[in-house]
Design a protein around this ligand. Structure first.
Ligand SMILES: [Fe+2]
Length: 206
């Protein structure tokens, strides 16, 4: 079971690597747009989403894994590091699509399904190994030297992603196969839409 989930998560990361616009095709406006969107989505939401994986976890193992991850987020002040990392790129952005994808996740989280919240975390933590180094290159291209956020994320998040995969395995016992798979699929769909709303640039906006 765990292998199937791992393969699904790897396929998600592959999808994310395909949607990233090559840096050579980004002008200043596009670079700042991506960074501003990323900050808009994650600065105020990520910890709440992670906390939901703790609140709704049924198994002790999943509770412990989420607790450890929340602890690190808070004591290392990840929202503050993200703010400083992306702030030099701040511009006014159109937020309609971002708000739609954020709302879908918030509404689904309020349904209190651990598998949804934990899958969301596993997907975001694992694909960040791809999109955080990309964001770091964008920030460097703007001349910024504040890379604390990108240096404690990215590759380091693979361990966190593995913990959330372990948590999913532990949660399996509490759900029917159908319910379990439905929640995983929904988290995939919503996480993909969220990251697309950040990283995909439609030409009419530029
Ligand atoms: Fe973080």
């Amino acid at each position: 079971m765990s292998k199937i989930i791992l393969l699904q998560i790897q396929s998600f990361s592959q999808k994310i690597s395909q949607i990233l616009v090559p840096q050579s095709e980004l002008n200043l406006q596009k670079t700042k747009t991506i960074l501003s969107r990323y900050k808009y989505v994650f600065e105020g939401n990520f910890i709440t989403w992670m906390v939901s994986s703790f609140l709704f976890a049924q198994s002790l193992e999943a509770k412990q894994n989420s607790f450890e991850n929340i602890w690190v987020e808070v004591i290392q002040n990840h929202p503050g590091l993200l703010h400083d990392f992306a702030n030099p790129a701040s511009i006014n952005i159109e937020t309609q699509l971002l708000d739609i994808s954020i709302s879908k996740i918030r509404n689904q989280i309020s349904q209190q399904q651990s598998v949804y919240s934990i899958t969301l975390m596993a997907l975001l933590e694992s694909s960040s190994a791809i999109f955080v180094p990309y964001l770091e290159r964008l920030v460097i291209s703007l001349g910024s030297k504040d890379l604390q956020y990108s240096q404690i994320h990215g590759v380091a998040d693979i361990k966190h992603a593995d913990q959330f995969v372990e948590s999913l395995n532990a949660e399996k016992a509490y759900f029917t196969d159908e319910k379990f798979n439905d929640q995983i699929n929904l988290a995939f769909e919503n996480a993909l839409e969220l990251l697309e709303s950040i990283f995909v640039l439609s030409e009419e906006n530029f």
